[in-house]
Write a protein that binds this ligand. Structure first.
Ligand code: HEM
Length: 436
């Protein structure tokens, strides 16, 4: 006889998804039923199980991963990225991950450092003018625009400028400007695949290769060394990198600056850390995410990712029966994991609501469960862009903190919005104070 999902939980039916309502219900049920609870489904064929115990999470993401595939809520992502790396499964996923892994190795990331540094230098120059005028900036929008340009330049390099020239403006701009992620957005986004195809065709026609992600995708080979990626897969992966790499980093930096503005002492400490000549070599050959491992810049980012993990909820589906938290889990069950809940658990974090970057100082994590901190997930489906993202964000933070203090202009605290990414509900406005 098939086993039943017997964990405690509400009788109320609800389909968990990445939205504000699910977050408030999750908080309520976590307080009521503890770390493992069942949520009767409203429209899905099987009930869901929420797990918030790091041992169970390790089982699902690592030790018993063969029993779990990606789960509910993926339809929305599939509409955007087709069968790209975030959503693909089994053999297709393994082949693509193997092909794409070299694109995100240290040396590949390092090659993008000058480009990222130039973009941050432009941003600093623009902000210097704004600081002089005393007029606040829309930080959220500024960070979104620069994060988008970073991924587009990493993907298309010289063809990015050609595209903007040919089209009269950047056709990808609306990604940074529009915050609604509805069907209309998905259709508009998929249509951008045409530009990827055009650039691929042009490069093939001209026999041209560039030092960017697109050429790496075009030349990537599977284990046998033979098969290149089909055009459809090329487009799906290019769009995946844009979606996965843009809003996540923009959102993290937006929250990081907000937190720094609310904790002037931490902001001063960050300034002292980046001012020290030995702290962060910003030369083109350096990747702060690597060279500054354990630095205060990195600690600040890790702490911001703890409090506001952009990917605040994700899911898996059990392929066969299993047991989690001592409860039988029948095949087909949707499993939900929330880094947001986990990162604020008093069982693993002292004063979990407080912003304390020193938690991530070298040696400070001793005794902490490795699966109590998952901003980039874990196991084989760990974020492929984590190293790139940390390097990009560290470079931004160091270059900006050297030049400016940021003061929050809002009258109310910034409110989180729990959608596909954990963003601020309203744009964050900041006053820039030039540092002497
Ligand atoms: C602060 C920045 C970022 C955060 C917090 C983040 C977070 C995550 C998380 C949690 C997952 C796993 C989801 C799951 O297991 O279901 C993931 C997967 C992924 N991320 Fe990131 N990400 C970030 C930046 C990036 C960047 C910059 C890129 C590439 C340009 C990227 C590309 C991907 C891809 C392709 C996957 C799917 C990997 C696979 O399934 O094999 N991410 N990311």
């Amino acid at each position: 006889m098939a086993q039943a999902l017997s964990a405690p939980g509400p009788t109320e039916r609800h389909d968990l998804d990445a939205n504000d309502e699910s977050l408030s219900l999750l908080l309520q049920w976590l307080a009521q039923y503890g770390n493992t609870f069942r949520v009767p489904s409203l429209t899905r064929p099987v009930d869901a199980l929420v797990i918030n115990d790091p041992d169970d999470i390790r089982r699902v993401l690592l030790t018993h991963r063969a029993n779990y595939v990606k789960g509910a809520g993926l339809e929305r992502v599939r509409m955007l990225v087709g069968n790209g790396l975030i959503v693909s499964e089994g053999e297709a996923w393994a082949r693509q991950r193997h092909r794409m892994q070299p694109m995100f190795q240290g040396s590949a990331n390092r090659a993008f450092a000058p480009m990222i540094q130039d973009l941050q230098a432009d941003l600093v120059a623009r902000w210097a003018v704004r600081a002089g005028s005393g007029e606040p900036i829309d930080l959220t929008r500024e960070l979104s625009a620069v994060a988008l340009e970073v991924v587009l330049r990493a993907l298309f390099s010289v063809d990015f400028d050609r595209l903007v020239l040919a089209e009269g403006s950047n056709p990808f701009d609306f990604l940074a400007e529009e915050s609604v992620r509805d069907l209309r957005f998905a259709a508009r986004f998929r249509a951008l695949g045409r530009f990827v195809r055009d650039i691929v065709d042009a490069r093939r026609h001209e026999g041209r290769s560039e030092a960017d992600w697109l050429s790496m995708l075009m030349h990537a080979r599977d284990k046998g060394g033979e098969a290149p990626m089909a055009e459809r897969a090329l487009v799906d992966e290019a769009l995946t990198l844009i979606i996965a790499g843009h809003e996540t980093t923009a959102s993290t930096l937006n929250w990081t600056w907000y937190l720094l503005s609310q904790h002037p002492q931490v902001q001063r400490e960050l300034q002292a850390a980046v001012d020290a000549p030995s702290a962060l070599p910003l030369a083109a050959e350096s990747v702060p995410g690597e060279t500054a491992a354990g630095s205060y810049v990195e600690q600040v980012l890790q702490e911001a990712l703890r409090l506001y993990p952009p990917v605040w909820l994700f899911s898996r589906r059990a392929v066969g029966d299993d047991t989690l938290g001592g409860h039988p889990v029948p095949a087909g069950t949707d499993i939900f994991i929330s880094p947001y809940l986990l990162h604020r658990s008093a069982a693993h974090w002292e004063s979990p609501e407080a912003f304390v970057p020193e938690r991530f100082a070298p040696g400070a994590a001793a005794g902490r469960h490795r699966f109590a901190y998952l901003p980039f997930s874990a196991g084989p489906r760990f974020c492929i862009g984590a190293g790139f993202a940390m390097a990009e964000m560290a470079m931004h933070l160091a270059m900006v903190a050297r030049r400016f203090e940021l003061q929050y202009c809002g009258t109310a605290p910034a409110e989180p919005e729990f959608h596909i990414n954990l963003r601020t509900r309203h744009p964050v406005r900041m006053r820039l104070i030039a540092r002497t």
